[in-house]
Design a protein around this ligand. Sequence first.
Ligand SMILES: Cc1ncc(COP(=O)(O)O)c(C=O)c1O
Length: 437
Amino acid sequence: MRREVGGLQSSAGEPPADGSSELWDRCAQSVGGGVSSGLRRTIMPWPLFVERGQGCRVWDVDGREYIDYVMGWGPLILGHSHPELIHAVRDQLELGSLYGTGHRLEYTAAEMVIESVPGLQRILWSNTGTEAVHVAMRLARAHTGRTKIIKFVGGYHGWTDSVLASYSSHTAGTAATSNSKGQSVAAQQDLIVLPFGDVSSVTEVLSHAAAEGVAGVLIDPIMSNYGLIEPPAGYLEAVRSACTANNVVLIFDDVIAGFRIALGGSTERFGVVPDLVVFAKAIAGGFSQSAVGGSAQLIDQVLDGVVHAGTYNGNPIALAAVRATLTQLRQPGRYAALEDTAQSLADGLNAIFSELRAPLHAHHLGPIVQMMPIAAGQEVAFGPGIDWSYWDMLTNACRQRGLFLLPRGRLFLSTVHGADDIAETIAAFRDAVRQLR
Ligand SMILES: Cc1ncc(COP(=O)(O)O)c(C=O)c1O
C-alpha cells in the first residue's frame, strides 16, 4: 500500500519505510482499505499507526514522538487524555457503560449545551455528526411538510446518500453531484446546491420555497472542509431573514465549528441564531456523541411522529465526556487563548513561507489553521482542481521532523498546544520548507 508522495521524490526524499507503513499493509488484509474511515487513506505519506497520545503529542509504533495537528480530525479540543476528561469517563465506567433508559447525565449535559449556545431550548442526542445532520433534516421536513434541502458547493455534512453530494466535485448548476459510487439518485433529488457566500442565489431560491418545496437550508457557516471561509458580512443575516420570511428551517452544521470557534459555536461567533444546530466532534472531547439543538417547538416533534432513535444515543460514557469537556471549555479565557495560539502559528508559518518563497499562505478562524496553495502570487480558491502536491511533500518532510499533519492544509489546535509547541512547529516547518527548496 506504500505510495509515492506528490510524484516529486527527488526533492521530497523517499519516505523511509516505517512501522506504520508495514502495519498499514497488515491492516489492509483484514480491514477494508486498511483504514476505518475512507478519508484516512489520504493522510500522507500513509496513515500513522499510533501507540499512544498525551496532551498535544502522539507516539507512533516505532516510538517516534509527534506534535499532533490532526487531533482526531477535530474532536480533541482538550488534547489527548485530558486528566479531567479521563477521570470523568473512568468514574462513569465503574457505574456502567450503557443503560438503555433514563439517567441524570442526559439532562445535566443537555443543560450545559443549552446554557452555552444562544437560542437553544432542547437537545436530541445521537452518536455522530452524520446521524445528527440526518435528524436535523428530518425535523425540518416534518415541520414544513416539504422535502428539499439547500446545501452549498463544497459543504460536507456526512456520508449518507442524502447529503454526500457536490462536496469533492460539483457539476455546474443547482442539481447535486454524487460523490460516491452506489448512492441513491432519488435521495439526491431532494438537494438544491448553491454557491456559498452569494446572497442573491440563496434568497432567490428561498423566495419560491413553498412552490419549490424547500424545507431547510443546511450550512456549515465556516466551510470547515472547504478552505475555512469566514461568511461574508451580512450573508448569514440575509439567509436567516429569507428563511424566516419563507418558513424554511435554517440548520447550522457546527460539527466542526461547535465548541471550537467559540463556546457558542457559529451562533455566538457570527451573532445569527439558526433554527437548528448540529454538534459533534469537540462537544465530547474525543468520545462519540453528537446533538441537534433547537427550539422546543421543532425538537418536540419527536412527540408527534418524528422518529429519533439509536441504541447508543446519550450513553453515559459519552455524556460524562460531554460534561467534563464543557466544564473545561467554560473556564474564562479559553477561547481567547486558542485564538492567540492559532494567530501565532499562522503568523509564524506565513513568515517562513514568504521568507523562503514557499507557495503557501496560512489563515485561521478560531483554533483551526488552513494553509492554501498560492499560484503566481495569488491565493487559490479551494476546490477540486487545487494542486496539493507541494503540501503533500511538505507533510511528509514535516512528519520526518516530528509533526503529524492532515491532508489539504488544515491544522486543528487544542487548549494544550502551548507556546513551546508552536515554536517547535515553526522551526520544523522552516527546516522542511528549506529541504524542499
Ligand atoms: C461539517 C461536518 N459535518 C458533518 C460531519 C460528519 O460527522 P461524523 O464524521 O461525526 O459523522 C463532518 C465530519 O467531518 C463535518 O466536518
